[in-house]
Structures are given as C-alpha cells and as structure tokens.
Design a protein around this ligand. Structure first.
Ligand code: DAH
Length: 369
C-alpha cells in the first residue's frame, strides 16, 4: 500500500511542477510578445512577429509540444491557456495590422488624388449612316401623315413577290427585276411591294382600310455605279372604301409632299404614264434636277428631269387576289429606291459608297444638329 502511495505521489509532483513552469512560460511569452508588438512600426515586422509567436514553429506552439509531460487533467488547462493567449495576441496583431493597412491606403489615396477639374479625353462619336438618316426622315414624314410603318420578310416567296401583285409566272414584266432565287419558290425580295400583298391579306380579314409604308432591303442581280445588288426601297399603300374617293389627286399631293421634303421645297414633279403590273393606271414620277434646277446638266442627261418614283392606282386584280372587292375598295400605291434618294439628297456619286463603310465617307454626314 505504502509503495503504491509513494509511487503515485512521485508521479504527481513533477507534473504539477511542470504545469506551473509552463504557465509561467506562457505568461512570459505573452508579456514579451505584447511588448514587442507594441513597438512595431511597420507591417513587415508585424508579420515576422506573428510568425515568431503564433506560427507553426512559433513559441506558443512549441509550448504545446511540451504538454506530453502533463497529466491528462492538466493538459486541457494548459491547452486553453495557450488558446486564450493566442486569441489575445491574434487580436492585438490584427488590430495593428488593420491600422497599418489603413494608413498605407490613406497614404496611397493622398498620393493618387484625382483632379476632377482636368478636361477629359474627347470620346469619339459615330455618325448616323446617310441611309439611316434618310430612312428615319421618310418614316417620320409618313407617320406624321397618319401612315403605319410595316415590316416584311426579306426572304420572300414567288407568290408574294410577284403572283399576288398581278405578275404570274412567265409574265414579261418579271424581266425588269433580275432576282436571286434560293429555291424555285423562295427568293430574296426584289421589291418591297411584296409587303402590299401581306398587309392586304391581313387587313382584309376585318375588311379594314390601309395606310401604310414599308421600308426595307431589296435584292436584284445588278452591280454598277447607280445600282447595287442590295438596296433599300420604300413602298406606300393606301386602300379605302370607294365612297371615300381616294384618287389620283391624293396620290399626287402625297408624293409632292414626300419629294419636296426629301429634295427641297422648290422641287417640281412630273407624272408620266407608265406600266407596272400592280397598278392601273401607272405613272413614273420625275422631279426637277436638283443639280441644275431643271436647266439641263450631265446628271439629268440635259433633260432637266430625273426619274424618281413608280406609282399608280391599285390594280383591281391585286385587290381581288388579296381579299378586297374592287367594286367597293380602291386606292393608290407608290414605291421608290431610298439609296438613290440618299444619293440625290447628299450628292453621293456612287451607290457603292453607301455600303463600303469607309469612315472617311461616313464622317461627312455627321449630324450637326
Ligand atoms: N415595285 C416597283 C419597283 O421596284 C416600284 C413601284 C412602282 C411600286 C409602282 C409601287 C407602284 O407601289 O405602284 O420598281
């Protein structure tokens, strides 16, 4: 019994002493660390100190390594003491670290103050394409006269591009429009007149009057200074009940407003009888040459006139084929190339300039307003 007692006693005493020594050691580490940290004046030294005390091989960690000599009851006491000190030191270091970082940032900000009164670099602004400007102007004008702007497909069927416009297969007038066929049935539309047929069919369901324009791309197998394989057209269509008497006079008045707005108030118009399969009677409209004001020059081939529009009274066949009774309904239609209008308006000598996207060319149409 005696032996056992002595044995136990012997085992406890050195461990207890060890615990005391360790506590002292930890306290000491805490004090020196705090002292050293308080004197630090730069971030780098602070980081070094953090490693020295709290790092993997740091002083506090090595205390933990000596815990093997302690009894199982003492280990948690020392362990939590180490953790307490670690937390305390970590907090002091973090606080100091933050204040260093803040000071550094402030210094940087001070150095980098921006003078907001300095003039900025000029932003390069694009300019609206002359075609788009022309299109916008046309749309604005017709909207102001109560027209609806309607869109249609560029990939069109033979039916809508030709047949429903009184141009059956094999009709000689098809020769006037060399087309890009995709299949026997599908082609790239050669004229925005195709949208007439779409609109009539749609409005015919409720037998409603129509007042629309369609602006869009059209395609033909042509390519020279005044023709491009792709160009833009505007198509206009007005359909109303016979008793409202939409007449040739309305067509003339409308086209006069249109052309004068686009090419100048003094422009005069001339209506020449012509042929289009979808109108009867049909007219080609010429305007006085804006270059020589009608005196005769190279642009108008000395005639004083330039052909500008196709128009006419909607053919009864077209009305019938697209859902309107020609006995009860009637109206007018017109169509023109917008590229040519833009060329005339801005004095552009070659249509292909409109599609070359040369900034030197486009810059000349910079908006001044
Ligand atoms: N679609 C014709 C063309 O491309 C232009 C045209 C002529 C349209 C007479 C019309 C019209 O609506 O009535 O040559």
């Amino acid at each position: 019994m005696e032996d056992v007692f002595v044995g136990v006693k012997l085992k406890i005493v050195p461990s207890k002493r060890k615990e005391g020594i360790m506590k002292e050691q930890i306290e000491q580490i805490k004090l020196t660390a705090k002292e050293e940290i308080s004197k630090v004046e730069d971030l780098k030294t602070l980081v070094d100190l953090k490693v020295k005390y709290l790092g993997k091989k740091g002083e506090l960690t090595s205390v933990l390594r000596g815990m093997g000599a302690l009894s199982p009851e003492e280990r948690p006491v020392i362990g939590s003491l180490v953790n307490e000190v670690r937390d305390e030191l970590e907090a002091i270091i973090a606080e100091k670290e933050n204040s260093f970082k803040e000071a550094e940032l402030n210094k940087k900000l001070e150095k980098e103050t921006i003078d907001i009164t300095l003039p900025s670099k000029k932003a390069i602004r694009g300019s609206e394409h002359p075609l788009n400007r022309t299109i916008e102007e046309i749309e604005d004008l017709f909207i102001s006269m109560g027209y609806e702007v309607i869109d249609g497909p560029e990939l069109e069927t033979d039916e809508f591009c030709f047949e429903r416009l009184n141009l059956p297969k094999g009709h000689p007038a098809r020769d006037m429009q060399d087309s890009f066929y995709i299949t026997d049935e599908y082609l790239l539309r050669t004229q925005t007149s195709a949208v007439q047929a779409h609109t009539m069919l749609k409005y015919a369901e409720n037998q409603k009057p129509i007042k629309m324009i369609c602006v869009g791309k059209t395609y033909r197998r042509e390519d020279d200074a005044t023709h491009s394989h792709q160009f833009n057209q505007v198509e206009g269509l007005v359909i109303d009940r016979k008793e409202n008497k939409v007449s040739l006079a309305d067509l003339k008045g409308t086209l006069e407003v249109f052309v004068r707005k686009m090419l100048g108030e003094n422009t005069k118009l001339r209506f020449r009888p012509s042929y289009f399969p979808f109108t009867e009677p049909s007219y080609e409209v010429d305007c006085t040459c804006f270059k020589c004001a009608g005196k005769g020059c190279s642009l108008c081939k000395q005639t004083g006139w330039i052909e500008i529009l196709g128009s006419g009274i909607v053919h009864p066949n077209v009305l019938k084929m697209n859902g309107y009774d020609p006995e009860e309904w009637g109206g007018f239609a017109f169509g023109t190339g917008i590229d040519r209008l833009a060329m005339f308006k801005y004095g552009i000598p070659d249509m292909r300039y409109l599609y070359a996207n040369d900034v030197r060319f486009l810059k000349q149409f910079d908006r001044k307003d």
